[in-house]
Design a protein around this ligand. Structure first.
Ligand SMILES: [Cu+2]
Length: 169
């Protein structure tokens, strides 16, 4: 009886810690819903999505991202080239005052190379974002399975699946 009780408490504590960790505020920047799509364990690369809102008066720039679960991470965008959607690395992205920058499937994303652990649905992993002004901001990215689709607001991007694009690195 006592063991069951402790188990329930632990579960509740972990749940609230996870939901609290989902949104992040760093100075004027409000970072919402960092997430990744769950992938098969063999996938060498993955991607993280989020939105960043600048509620301040001054522009900031996202300069890069880093995570212990990947060999390295890059900021990517999708571009149309010769009738194809391709990904390419970008050095940084501006978040102007009052603006919200969305990282979504088929759009900007944080590309993860040389994954050291599989992106399992229901798990989460830490990412450190580096901003020009706000400095380093630690976030927690939730990994979502197919059954969570729709919550991400990415249903209309379903034909732009990340995995189907050519990588040019
Ligand atoms: Cu990419």
């Amino acid at each position: 009886m006592r063991l069951i009780h402790i188990g329930l408490l632990l579960g509740a504590a972990m749940l609230s810690a996870q939901s609290m960790a989902h949104d992040h505020t760093a100075g004027d920047l409000h970072i919402e819903h960092p997430w990744s799509r769950a992938l098969p364990p063999v996938a060498p690369t993955g991607a993280a999505y989020l939105s960043i809102e600048n509620r301040g008066q001054h522009s900031d720039r996202l300069l890069g991202a880093d995570t212990p679960i990947a060999g390295h991470a890059e900021l990517h965008e999708h571009v149309h080239e010769d009738g194809l959607m391709k990904m390419q690395q970008i050095d940084s992205i501006e978040i102007a005052p009052g603006e919200r920058v969305e990282f979504t499937p088929g759009g900007h994303h944080i590309m993860l190379f040389d994954l050291k652990q599989p992106l399992v649905a229901g798990s989460s992993y830490p990412v450190t974002l580096t901003f020009e002004q706000a400095g380093e901001v630690d976030i927690e990215v939730m990994v979502r399975g197919e059954e969570d689709k729709g919550q991400a607001g990415d249903a209309h991007h379903s034909t732009h699946e990340h995995e189907q694009h050519d990588h040019h690195h």
